[in-house]
Design a protein around this ligand. Sequence first.
Ligand code: PM9
Length: 461
Amino acid sequence: MKIVKRSWAEPFKIKVIEHLKMTSKEDRLKAIKEAGYNTFLLKSQDVYIDLLTDSGTNAMSDYQWAGMMLGDEAYAGSKNYYYLEDNVKKYYGFKYLVPTHQGRGAEHLVSQILIKKGDYIPGNMYFTTTRLHQELAGGTFVDVICDEAHNPDDTSPFKGNIDLNKLETLIKEVGPKKIPYVSVAGPVNMAGGQPISMQNIRDVKKLCDSYGVKIWLDATRAVENCYFVKMREKGYEKKTIAEILKEMCSYFEGIWVSAKKDLLVNIGGFMATRNKKVFEETRNLVVVYEGLHTYGGLAGRDLEAMARGIEEMVNFDYLHSRIGQIEYFGNLLLKAKIPIVKPIGGHAVFLNARKFLSHIPQDQFPAQTLCAELYLDSGVRSMERGIVSAGRDKVTGEHKFPKLELVRLTFPRRVYTQAHLDVTFESVAEVYNRRKKIKGLKMIYEPKYLRFFQARFVPIK
Ligand code: PM9
């Protein structure tokens, strides 16, 4: 047999396994009813394949676990902090580091320090916790992402790009003094894990420099963005992920990071900057909310696992297998003509619930409904990324009606096998085949903040 194309496989093997519980349809019906048809409220014991999130759900390596035993649990000045500081400097290129318990801890501190009441924060599509912290600090988030990002069928390679016209129009309209920083994410989670190009980052930096506006990066999944830059952007084919990461960060005054993603750990976050004044203010504020500036709410062992995770996350073969796994799954769906966001993203495949359940109006929560149906079918857990996640308009109090009404099937790093993906695909296909019979949901409980986490629903009869 002539082999035309050689396959990739994971550059690791399995040493420890965790048993999964298999459930019956009756078990799942009981569980989802008790969870108010919200997959966030399911007990993980009732889930078979958990694709809710890639956040903190990663499998650590033996190298990271070994590092956990070297945790220096001193209150102040733990050696693990200094190792992390070295690696943040070496790989991200920032001199100053403040650890936090997770990403939103860093978002909180950065927002409180940089934003004043009445400010505007332009960004390439909102992220739920990021926007909430920017708004709690008195700012208003303004979406300046390119139009392509709002169209699930557009196949542009860098749908995370900022529209420079939209950005400049805002700067002229409100004045640069009202813009503390541009909030750049790479890749863009809510757009389907779509990357931003290096060229666009350079253009944004140049434009912002001309107005004296700073740019900050949500570097939560930065290495996944770097992978796409290497694979899709001219001039980067031969660069290593570490080189691309260093260049990407070099354009920003600072970053905030949820270490629960790229860094291959279960908990952690940080902010890092080259601005000494911002660093000093953050180092002071962190002691109010998180803990001393050398641990930021984390144990020494967590800092060690993060430092070691940084060394592993820049490995090309690892990233190739991670993103290759998502591509494999997305291609199964594309072949079956099931509507998903294109191109296939970096951390997840997003089902286009607006098309999938086209008979359900958006205020009957098609994406939320689809998450519940998938769980009912097979015990696969996914996450709503549509009208429930978008929340309410802070002026009118009405639902925001986002163009994207999506279900995210998110892949924890180094956790599931190709067979798990096949089983998941079959479940999505099964629900797709009977989609016309599915009815929407009614929201019966809505919490004030980040409602998608705890809202409750009942099926519409
Ligand atoms: N992301 C996710 O599942 C976990 C929470 S769901 C709202 O995608 C970005 C780009 C994220 C992110 C979390 C955070 C916050 C910041 N930026 O969850 O607080 O994707 O560590 O990070 C989630 P923490």
